[in-house]
Design a protein. Structure first.
Length: 310
């Protein structure tokens, strides 16, 4: 069973349930941070979850056997997938550093946060802005338990709440997000790989617009998204593997992604491959577009008429 890394003593506000009597030593750390879970009910450890699959692909240790089986099948079919995921994360890190250091954004909302992996996104933000506040939104209970463990030592600057992008109003109404929102302080929303798991029937464009309209003017949006524009056959294989494990993934074209982000004004260089977005030395040496197959963009809501994206 996956375990949490050993951490310092849990503060009372982070502890949600006591470990069950007779629980195995490996189960106890996870149970410590489970909120909203009824002991004896399904934790979802018998079905793979994209966040845990990704964690295993990039060398993490917190996946379950079903996640590892799906990840290993994906890695066998597309051996460069792990490097593509790393390029995606490095894009998000560059965008976050820009917002925290250059734009001086102080508040961050990371939706579909996934398992904490290095570099931790909240850690990147706080390296550049020590007083920044971060709210993680996640739905999977196991992933939430790992994120809650990160609260230790940061009770005032790091918050975790349960939610899905399919219900923006629930996210916006949560105590954690309401405490983050201040009319004069723009928020930066991070959707690292969430939109590719939302079907067109669920109308991701409308969901995204509804979420952004609930945020203060001038708020920012970081998005990365898988695409089959460069390797359609490969993505047919990837989609089939995900579907065989009960997961649907929807890679989208550049034109479709541009439409999804129509509620914000894109900052330079616009919607581009993640390895080409304001690249640093490391990004310049990364894989080609066919291998990366992920678009990324940074956009801003409600820019002043005389201004422009930075």
């Amino acid at each position: 069973m996956a375990t949490l890394q050993k951490r310092q003593q849990t503060p009372s506000q982070a502890r949600c349930v006591e470990p069950l009597a007779g629980a195995s030593p490996t189960a106890a750390p996870i149970l410590t941070y489970l909120c909203g879970w009824v002991p004896g009910s399904d934790l979802g450890t018998g079905r793979p979850v994209p966040a845990r699959i990704d964690n295993h692909l990039v060398g993490g240790k917190d996946a379950f056997p079903v996640d590892r089986a799906a990840a290993d099948q994906l890695a066998k079919a597309t051996p460069t997938l792990a490097k593509a995921l790393q390029a995606r994360r490095r894009f998000v890190v560059r965008a976050l550093r820009h917002l925290a250091r250059d734009v001086q954004v102080q508040d961050y909302l990371i939706i579909g946060a996934g398992l904490p992996s290095r570099p931790h996104l909240h850690g990147v933000v706080r390296e550049e802005a020590s007083g920044a506040r971060v709210v993680h939104v996640e739905h999977d209970l196991i992933v939430l338990s790992h994120l809650r463990a990160e609260l230790v030592g940061h009770p005032d600057q790091l918050t975790v709440t349960r939610g899905r992008l399919s219900d923006p109003q629930h996210i916006l109404a949560s105590t954690a997000v309401r405490s983050l929102l201040t009319p004069a302080r723009p928020v930066a929303v991070v959707l690292e790989s969430l939109l590719e798991y939302i079907s067109d029937e669920e109308d991701p464009q409308a969901l995204l617009a509804e979420l952004m309209q609930g945020l203060p003017p001038g708020s920012w949006l970081i998005v990365s998204h898988a695409t089959a524009d460069f390797a359609p056959a490969t993505w047919q294989t990837i989609s089939a593997i995900y579907q065989s494990h009960g997961i649907k993934i929807f890679p989208r074209s550049r034109e479709r992604l541009a439409a999804l982000m129509s509620s914000v004004e894109l900052a330079d260089p616009g919607l581009t491959m993640v390895n080409q977005w304001r690249p640093d030395v490391e990004a310049l040496s990364e894989l080609d577009d066919v291998t990366v197959s992920r678009y990324g963009a940074l956009g801003r809501l409600g820019l002043p008429a005389a201004g422009g994206a930075r």
